[in-house]
Write a protein that binds this ligand. Sequence first.
Ligand SMILES: *[C@@H]1O[C@H](CO)[C@@H](O)[C@H](O)[C@H]1NC(C)=O
Ligand SMILES: *[C@@H]1O[C@H](CO)[C@@H](O)[C@H](O)[C@H]1NC(C)=O
Length: 349
Amino acid sequence: MNLSNFIILGILFSSSSGGKNECYSCSGVCHNEPCNCQMGSCESNQCFIEKKPTEIPGSMKITKGCLRRSSRIHHGCEYDHFSDHILCVCQGHYCNDKVVMNTTRQKYARTITCRECSEKNPNCDSTCEGHWCHEDMSTGASGCGYGPPALPFYYRGPELFYYRSKVCITLSRGAGKPRRHCICSLNMCNQLNSPQNYHNYKDREKESGLKLRSLAMTSPDTNVPLQSCYNCETNTQDAAAMSHTTNCRSNRCMGHFCTYAAQRHTSKNSMGRSNMVHAVSELQGCMNVSDRNNIMLGCSKKWISDEYEEIHCACRGNLCNSDSLTAASSMLNGFHVLIPLLLSFFVLF
Ligand SMILES: *[C@@H]1O[C@H](CO)[C@@H](O)[C@H](O)[C@H]1NC(C)=O
Ligand SMILES: *[C@@H]1O[C@H](CO)[C@@H](O)[C@H](O)[C@H]1NC(C)=O
């Protein structure tokens, strides 16, 4: 059994115990420190605080709420991909009290130099200093990442780079070509090819549509069998219209894992009783990976009461990404086998 299974097991057990814990659930904009809100509540063992800049220069938005199975491997306050975004994750009753930027991990994070180019000018000479580098191999955009290494549907933590210095995924989600993203941990590691080759690469990509994979420097993990998944994108302002927009449900893609992501904006109705759903977006698709360690199987959820929720799931099994319940239970099926196995192990010894 590998490390990620242990982590998942630990989370499974810890989230099934208790459940009476609450978190602050509020949001607000502030212009000066200290930036805080202490209102509202939602029920969960894991809480978060998020702090990011708003469109108005100098002002920050702070958001607090609940998490279920956070993708962050380590608790505490750390950068969230960007140098001006902070995400704190904690466990316990109203633990999301205030932002504290002094985890030991933060202090010892090594800084590296990365290429930093926009989609418009992917062949530029700019660099940045960050904790890890990223690149979008489909557009050529590149830059620096801060805090725990972050890749969609993976756990977030330095563990991602324990065995490899570069991890890549290819995501197909709804219409459009699959997109390839990579993150890496060495100086200037986000150079797709040497700069002078980039245009050749662009031309070849145009000619042959989907030649990205053959050019990728990280070979895919070929031990993972392919799954057939839903490949569908749904966006609606009106929940009732959902049933009419399911025509892409007949689209399929193949990949090592199926993925499901959803966002819902909700509010209490005037009677304050039931939740009204204002907008829903759902993305179902496929993911190929260069490294299957640290993929977060099952679903993680983040929510603010009566306002917002987002769900991210990865699963294995044909068409396991029809909805979040199916995606979450397809992971549990594997553990029904694993838990008796573990128990029999302890009985025997
Ligand atoms: C962070 O700093 C505060 C005040 O300096 C201290 O009380 C707290 O224990 C520190 N937390 C960590 C995780 O080091
Ligand atoms: C994943 O790889 C398989 C086999 O190479 C390919 O058929 C499939 O289209 C790929 N899926 C994505 C999302 O790139």
